[in-house]
Design a protein around this ligand. Structure first.
Ligand SMILES: NC(=O)c1ccc[n+]([C@@H]2O[C@H](COP(=O)([O-])OP(=O)(O)OC[C@H]3O[C@@H](n4cnc5c(N)ncnc54)[C@H](OP(=O)(O)O)[C@@H]3O)[C@@H](O)[C@H]2O)c1
Length: 381
């Protein structure tokens, strides 16, 4: 039996994980829901608890008037209580708030199925020892692909190629992009995800984060060993170029349940119920044509800004993430337009003085960058 804690159970990744764990194949494979944690949506949490009967339910800050579940743990104790007693933790929290949960898991030696890419963007250096101990299994589809391509491969990787759908922004004329609002940007052509990552996919901030994430996960020498190609079909989920010049990739219909199921069942690889879900990609004759093009830096100015923060290292990626969280929220609230996201990122980072990473410095940087970005979007944090 493998007891699984789901942090962020009410979000897009969390709900898809529960979808997998509801299946008879998952139960047969011994995967059981140990705990559920959300931020404030205890209405959905209550429903999920009824369906999955976890040992622990927790919420960081239940919304006023929202249901209070019997025995529910809240506040500062919530994450520790949800993790306690789990064999595997799926970290599907959104934002830098997920870092403390990742660090807590690895401190306790619990294996981490990591969807929360911000953990690595902000605190990759702090998580490196856990990665080296094999405690971190990626959930992001691109990184799950590379993880699978490298498993059992004797030839070392020379280069990683991450594919990017281009998000909704790919289909919008370039001169219209800066003034776009959420209604156009949230229409992602291939993936159905939470609001922040959907916006980040259109700005390519998400892809720059994924480059930083890949660097830590696969111990690449630097960010230049990781390239991004635009592949609108989202059918090739990324590639690795091996030292002997061969490429390996994983192909299939875009469905996050595949990498989630892989991470939940790894390393046993019992079929957690996916084989019955993906008949659509079974027939190579029905596959779309494969097209790849280089990154379009003019269409996606935020990509280069965040990548530069990744190259700078230290606390710069933490500042980039915090500024982006503030900018995306302001964009979703209708306070700024799409083009302002890159502006907020650029102005926040140009006034940041990067420092070496430790937990305290990261907390200070996060708070500083949020305040700086908030002043740029005309609000307060
Ligand atoms: N969605 C995808 O397809 C996808 C693919 C690859 C990677 N990811 C990554 O997976 C993570 C989750 O993405 P998502 O799209 O599932 O996000 P989402 O739909 O916005 O869900 C976020 C989840 O995190 C919880 N949460 C929010 N703030 C929190 C906090 N401060 N502390 C604890 N929990 C908090 C939310 O609870 P409430 O509902 O109560 O607010 C919700 O359960 C992100 O890092 C994202 O980049 C997502």
């Amino acid at each position: 039996m493998k007891r699984i804690a789901i942090l962020g159970s009410t979000g897009s990744i969390g709900r898809q994980a529960l979808d997998i764990l509801s299946g008879t194949e998952s139960r047969r494979a011994g995967l059981v829901v140990h705990s559920l944690l959300c931020y404030g949506n205890t209405r959905l949490l209550e429903e999920q608890a009824g369906d999955h009967q976890p040992s622990v339910v927790a919420a960081i800050s239940p919304a006023p008037g929202a249901p209070r579940l019997p025995g529910m743990i809240t506040g500062d104790e919530a994450i520790g209580a949800a993790i306690e007693g789990a064999d595997l933790v799926l970290n599907a929290i959104v934002g830098s708030a997920g870092l403390e949960a990742s660090l807590e898991c690895t401190r306790r030696g619990i294996r981490l199925a990591l969807a929360n890419k911000e953990s690595l963007v902000v605190g990759g250096e702090l998580l490196r020892p856990a990665i080296e101990r094999g405690l971190v299994v990626p959930v992001d589809s691109e990184h799950s692909t590379i993880f699978r391509c490298l498993a059992g491969e004797a030839c070392p990787p020379a280069r990683i190629v991450l594919t990017a759908s281009g998000g909704a922004a790919l289909g919008i004329p370039r001169d219209e992009l800066p003034s776009c609002g959420p209604e156009r940007i949230l229409r992602h052509p291939s993936w159905n995800m939470g609001p922040r990552i959907t916006v980040d996919s259109s700005s390519m901030v998400n892809k720059a984060f994924e480059v930083i994430e890949a660097r830590w996960l696969f111990s690449m020498p630097g960010l230049d060993a990781i390239e991004v190609l635009i592949h609108p079909g989202s059918f090739v989920h990324s590639m690795v170029e091996l030292a002997d010049g061969c490429y390996k990739c994983l192909m299939g219909s875009p469905d996050m349940r595949v990498p989630i199921a892989y991470a939940l069942s790894w390393p046993e690889m019992a079929d957690p119920g996916c084989s019955s879900l993906f008949r659509a990609s079974d027939d190579p004759a029905s596959w779309p044509g494969l097209s790849f093009s280089p990154m379009d830096h003019e269409r996606y100015p935020a990509f280069g800004i965040v990548l530069e923060a990744g190259r700078t290292g230290g606390t710069a990626p933490c500042a980039a993430n915090a500024a982006d969280e503030v900018a995306v929220k302001a964009f979703l609230d209708g306070r700024i337009r799409f083009g302002d996201i890159a502006r907020v990122l650029g102005e926040t980072l140009s006034s940041h003085s990067p420092a070496p990473v430790d937990r305290e410095t990261l907390r200070e940087t996060d708070a500083w960058a949020r305040a700086r970005a908030s002043s740029l979007v005309g609000g307060t944090e």
